[in-house]
Design a protein around this ligand. Structure first.
Ligand SMILES: [Fe+2]
Length: 267
């Protein structure tokens, strides 16, 4: 499991050029040294010589993108710009006509150490397809605007809107997935100090979230909380929008149960 990343303000981090690819720059957000799973903020920039792969490819790990700005495509038909989302399960052939029309920034997640395999066979249809023996539980998902679609509203006892959630993709077996959460201005979490029994990873897209311990997450801030990370009560005076990845159903367990949970997790 990745270690706890309490807070990174990516707006204050420098872009690191990547030796393996010209025009690709990264801000490293979290990393699991055991599996190679990681999250980077990445920038691909044609003005700095970036050229996308000219052949279809696949990976042996799940690949997930959330675009912050720019214009990129895996097929030169469907363009992904700000607020686009894409999930390619392991062994999905994609990138038939990859193109980048403008400097693009995206959050890039991989579920284990990244590999890159070209697909050399002729293809019948330029649509992502799986090489896996059984079709993946969590399928391909490409959304040009992750905000479009169905939002689930959460209201308080008086009927006032507290937050709304837009599920993007989820593994039906493990519950691992991704969503957008929009916090209404003045939102205060009903949960005091609590923890989840699954990981939670968040990137703030708009607005701000503050914790009772003084931590402030503003737009561009990132956190990774492994299972059993204690978090104080959250609030959002001005409202906010967050891209959240989670390891399974996000349960809320009181701080009083943390010791027993951590003792059990070690066994
Ligand atoms: Fe890829």
């Amino acid at each position: 499991m990745r270690p706890h990343v309490p807070l990174l303000d990516t707006t204050k981090m420098a872009w690191e050029p990547q030796d393996s690819m010209v025009g690709l720059f990264s801000k490293k957000l979290s990393f699991d040294p055991e599996t190679g799973a990681r999250t980077h903020l990445q920038r691909i920039d044609p003005a700095f010589g970036y050229a996308p792969p000219d052949k279809p490819h696949y990976h042996h790990m799940d690949e997930e993108l959330f675009v912050l700005k720019g214009e990129l495509s895996f097929d030169s038909k469907n363009w992904l710009g700000s607020m686009a989302y894409c999930f390619h399960p392991a062994e999905t052939v994609h990138g038939f006509r990859s193109a980048v029309r403008a400097e693009s920034w995206f959050i890039s997640r991989v579920s284990k150490e990244l590999d890159f395999c070209f697909y050399e066979q002729p293809v019948r249809e330029e649509r992502p397809f799986s090489l896996a023996r059984s079709s993946p539980m969590r399928g391909v998902c490409v959304l040009a605007d992750a905000r479009a679609g169905e939002w689930q509203e959460v209201r308080d006892a008086k009927g006032a809107l507290q937050l709304s959630r837009r599920l993007l993709s989820r593994d039906p077996k493990t519950g691992e997935g991704a969503m957008l959460v929009r916090f209404a201005p003045g939102w205060v979490s009903p949960h005091e100090s609590h923890f989840h029994t699954v990981y939670e990873e968040a990137f703030i897209l708009e607005g701000a979230i503050a914790l009772a311990d003084g931590t402030q997450y503003t737009a561009g801030c990132y956190t990774f909380k492994p299972p059993g990370t204690l978090q104080t009560r959250a609030r959002s005076p001005e409202g906010g929008l967050a891209y959240i990845n989670f390891g399974g159903p996000l349960d809320f367990r009181p701080a009083s149960e943390l010791k027993a949970f951590l003792a059990g997790a070690k066994q």
